[in-house]
Unconditional design. Sequence first.
Length: 280
Amino acid sequence: MNQHISEKVLNDGLKIPAIGFGTAFLKGTDGAKAITGAIEAGYRLIDSAFNYENEGAVGQSVRKSGLPREELRITSKLPGRHHAYKEALETIEESLYRAGLDYYDLYLIHWPNPKTDKYVEAWQAMIEAKKRGYVRSIGVCNFLPEHNERIIKETGVAPSINQVELHPLFNQELQRAKDAEHGIVTESWSPLGRGHSMLKNEQIAAIAAAHGKTPTQAILRWHIQLGAVPIPRTSSKEHQKENLEIFDFELSEDEMKVISGMSKPDGRLWEQNPAEYEEM
């Protein structure tokens, strides 16, 4: 694992890099090239999902990288429509076949899908998948505190990660605090927000300039200092490299407060575009 990228230790002992690479919408030959480029740039935590339909591209990139498998941390996710116990296990097996991998380092429930109320059953299947060696660490995505409380109460096993929407306009303060009580690491999807509007924010630009950094780097550094693991997505080699160069400076307490203070009740992308997330 790259020496300049700090690490986090999950509640089950697995070590992961403090920043990862998101792969949503990256698929096919172009997607595989972008993912391979990210690994070459230094990313060692790669985030995927059954629903992204790109597990094959991720697996191809892993093989093409030439790196020892143990140096990488590969993630995929269980869709909301496959929460029934047997179906969940079969889906995890299919994920492995698609990627051509022997195991995933992380496998997450993509969302609780509360309408079907089978997420506890799905979590039991995840626990079994870990016992079988399909995955090294299990976690969740988009779980509210009450969802996590329930699966922990009913199974005695806490997720290692909760991947949630997190960016300056939606800082997830309560969610992060509740997860931390169980040793659950917060992972940030859409860490820069929709349309990267935050990159044009004057306050963030000023904070970035004070450190000789870009607004993107200032925001990603904010995630790091919150204790969250951001997983930005970009196919640009220049931006892939830029996103990793966030471990040689530190935001002050006041600068952290300024960025966190931008959060607002209607800042959540999920609620603005619910149709986009129905198939999780």
